[in-house]
Structure formats: C-alpha cells, structure tokens
Design a protein around this ligand. Sequence first.
Ligand code: IMP
Ligand code: MG
Length: 425
Amino acid sequence: MANTVIIGAQWGDEGKGKIVDMLSATSDVVVRFQGGNNAGHTIAVNGNLTILHTIPSGILHPGKMCLIGNGVVLDPFVFLQEIEGLKENGIDVAPRRLGISHKTHLILPYHVALDKAREAYKAGGKIGTTGRGIGPCYEDKVARIGLRASDLTNPDLVRTKIRAALVEKNVLLRDLYKAEPLDAEAIIDQVLAIAPQITPYLTDVSGVIQESVRMGKNILWEGAQGVHLDVDHGTYPFVTSSNTISGCASTGTGIGPNYLQQVIGIAKAYTTRVGAGPFPTELDDATGDFLREQGHEFGATTGRPRRCGWLDAVVLRESARLCGLTQIALTKIDVLRNLPVLKICVDYMYKGHRIEYPPQGENALAEVTPVYEELPGFTEDISSCKHFEALPYNVQKYIQRLEALTQVRITYVSVGPDRDQTILC
Ligand code: IMP
Ligand code: MG
C-alpha cells in the first residue's frame, strides 16, 4: 500500500473510521491532520462498537504508530478520557505508539464555553456546531494567542497565555453572550494538573513521518468531517473551521504534498448531513426516515438525528476535483435494500441552466434543484457478499453508474459495519 490520504467526500459521517481501521492493517503509521473531537469515528470489530473522537482509528491495531498532527485541535481532557477508555479495553496507548505534535493547539474550557454561548446567542443562522470548542480554538490559533501542546512543558507560559486569553473571553462571555465568566486560575490549575500526563506524548510528528517514509513504511492520513464542511471549499458559512480537503494532510502534519500518493474519498451510498446548511438532495419524507432508521443515522458525537437524502454525484464530482481523488470507497450500500427505486442526483439546475459542479457564492447551493436519474432497487441481503460479482445486478449497476458520473474508480464497497464486510473491487 502506498502513502494514502482518507477523506470524507460528503458532509462527514461517511464511514471513514471503518475504512481507516481496515487500511490500518497494512499501514505502519496512522496520523490525524485536522479537526478535533467534533469527529466521531465508529469502528466495529466482532460486533463491538468503539467510537473515537480524538485518537487515530489505527490505535485498535496492535503495533501501529498513531500520530496527532499540528493541524488538529486537541482537547487534552477528552484525550485523557479516551486513553482511559482504550486502556480499559486492553489497548496499548503508551507514548511509544501514540504521539501529539508539539505544535497542536489545545482546546481549553473557555473555547467550549464560547462555542456554546455564541451558538445559543444567535437568533437565526445557527451553524449547529458540535459545541466542542473547535471553532474558538482555531480562531485563537489564527489570532496567535493559542496554547500549543508544547506549552505544557512551560507552566509560566501556560499561566500568562490563559490569563491573557480570559481577559478577552470573559468580556465576550459576560457582556455580550450573558453567560457565566470563567476563572483563569481554576483553568490554569486544571491544565497544569494534567500537563504531566500529556507531555510524554509530545512528538516531532513531521520528523517521524519523514523518517518512516525514508524507511519505506506506509503512512495513512486519517481525515475527519467531509470535503463539503471545508472552511474554504465547503458550504460556507455552514462549515467546520478547518480545511478538510486532502491538501490539509500536508499542512496539517508538516510534509511535502508530493508524499501523498493516493487519495481515497469515502462516500456513503446516500447522503447525510448534521447541523445546518444547504443539502440539495435532502428527503423530508418517509424515504428520508427509512434511510435514518436503516442506516442508524444519529450523530456519533452529539447523538443528533442526521438529515438524510439521495446520493449526490455533483457533490462527489466536486470532491474528486478538490482532493484529486484516486479512488472512492462506497459505504453503507446495504442500507438501500428494499427501496423500490434508487435516485442519483447527476447534475443541478441553477438559474435555468444545467450545471455539473456546485455553483460558487455564499449559499448558492441552496438555490439548485437536483436532476435525478432513477435506477431500480434491490431486495437481496448483501451483507455477506464477498465479491463484486456476487452483488445483485442492480447493485452492480448503481456502483458502475456512480463511477461513470464521478470518473473515479470505486475500489471498496462496504456492505455492513464489520471489518470483514468489505468488498475489494
Ligand atoms: P463544528 O465543527 O463543531 O464547529 O461544527 C460545524 C459544522 O460541522 C456543524 O454543522 C457540525 O454538525 C458539522 N460537523 C463537525 N464535525 C462533524 C463530523 O465529524 N461529522 C459530521 N458533521 C460534522
Ligand atoms: Mg462521524
């Protein structure tokens, strides 16, 4: 396996955790490059579900090195909780196999408080954030007032930065958002108390990756969220606050883009979205409810019901272009079983014209009408199919049509949540 980037090709929750877990078996290093614990990567092994929010999904494979890159925002308290949960399940989480970049920015309690207070304050135009402090933490990074993982080795720096941050944050919390102000000294104490548990994990992530590449090892970059939640290229302002496209694997871990050899886009066989924002193929009807029930479409991080709709090939075409997709892994196609007709959105109508890519401009996607193609459904149980040829004819046709529409090869088809319910095509 070559060096590979995994990204979500839709609005997140495409089943990246499962595919990363599967590909981890043939990788030596698994690294996260953006996002934070807004992610929820669900992995099923022998029927047991594990949800990871912060630690790379590769951790479930013994012996693999897992890294958290500089592009990630890390909640150190959540990180430690996740470590404890994994330890209880007998998973090795020693610093020898798990590293955090010195440059990773830390999500602190005031980021979480601001995220929630700001969202509650908004009358309309709520983004529907996960409320984990992701946006406020990235804001501080860009404002050059953030706390980075390496700062935990310097208590004086921790004190200075948190005190300075809270002067500003408390004005916002108290005077604008009418929320409870926070006590800087209490947060400093909490942070300094856990610092010794975090600092052993500090790692030169860029250096480890370069060295691994030099030794001929395989690296897997594990993306979070999805292309259309990208802060630049997504459905702004209804997006997350990081770049989610494949290029962020380079900036978010500190390696040249020429190291990224394969880019696998994970796409669900239908579409979902959590939170607000345009969603052209959304189904507000019994079919939407069917997909939500059959697909268990409830957020892994927030438990919110996900909005559901038909497969949108325009969205995937755009992802192929933005990320240089070399392959697509199609997930949850088994969920479509028993729907008499399967619709794929092949183009959009926009201001009287038929278009192949999403229109530019804020919220322009809210103004498109999907152009659908109808394909016949299937009733067979495909959850134990092991080969493409074993899939019912109508399922094969659906997959082939999507390949033609996106001009990207579909190399994996997932027919159930478990590791071994994956067809290599
Ligand atoms: P934030 O990332 O918490 O700021 O949320 C911004 C938007 O991105 C909201 O619509 C969230 O529901 C969405 N979002 C963030 N992370 C994920 C994810 O991992 N899967 C799906 N949607 C996400
Ligand atoms: Mg998720």
